[in-house]
Design a protein around this ligand. Structure first.
Ligand SMILES: N[C@@H](CCC(=O)N[C@@H](CS)C(=O)NCC(=O)O)C(=O)O
Length: 204
């Protein structure tokens, strides 16, 4: 498997999951310019990361990629404990982070491509930041008394949560008082595999 990633982007989640799964893989770090070039667009016509390739097959969409990697290492438990309900819980949180949290960050990162005036962009960013506080509050509650989102062991959803928490810090989203998220973030940052993925992407 070869993962195309941009440092710190949502593709970092797949990178962490590849490390956790202990599977052999290659990493291709791409730039914002490269992902709009024909060679990359042939892999993903949307022009975004992540992309996972295996031979001449290419897979896009973070949720699908995370799940595919986890399925290559079923003993890792990254997709739950083997029961349908546990798998559904993992998917619930991946879905929440992908469709709600990540999407809301999109309005902050890409406000200038959604509305024209400076005032409208500022309003969009402020409203999105407010919505993110609510969404992160739900994640903080889920982590109350539980080290990971779907139970006592890490899953693909936790790798994704770590990525969006990094974005929350960078964009100064007001979640500093959410202590379960802070504890989770520190635990993830101390994880050897997370450290290895971060180092390979030139992050800390
Ligand atoms: N729906 C896609 C969204 C992917 C996405 O938003 N990728 C961002 C990085 S986190 C990206 O490549 N942005 C660059 C761009 O769109 O120009 C997924 O879940 O994989």
């Amino acid at each position: 498997m070869r993962l195309y990633t941009m440092p710190g982007a949502c593709s970092l989640a797949g990178h962490i999951v590849l490390e956790w799964a202990g599977l052999p893989y290659e990493l291709e770090i791409v730039t914002r310019e490269q992902i709009k070039q024909p060679a990359f667009l042939a892999l993903n016509p949307v022009g975004s990361v992540p992309v996972l390739t295996e031979g001449d097959w290419s897979l896009t969409q973070n949720a699908a990629i995370l799940e595919y990697i986890a399925e290559q290492a079923p003993e890792s438990g990254l997709l739950g404990d083997g029961s349908a309900r546990s798998r559904a819980e993992v998917r619930r949180w991946v879905g929440f982070i992908n469709s709600d949290v990540h999407k809301t960050f999109g309005a902050i990162f890409g406000a200038q491509s959604l509305v024209a005036s400076d005032d409208a962009q500022a309003e969009l960013r402020a409203n999105s930041a407010k919505k993110l506080v609510t969404l992160f509050g739900i994640l903080d509650k889920q982590l109350d008394g539980s080290p990971y989102l779907a139970g006592s062991a890490p899953s693909i959803a936790d790798a994704y949560l770590f990525v969006v928490l990094r974005w929350a810090r960078a964009k100064e989203i007001a979640i500093g008082s959410m202590s379960n998220l802070s504890t989770f973030f520190d635990r993830m940052r101390a994880d050897e595999h997370v450290k290895a993925a971060m180092k390979a992407e030139g992050l800390e």
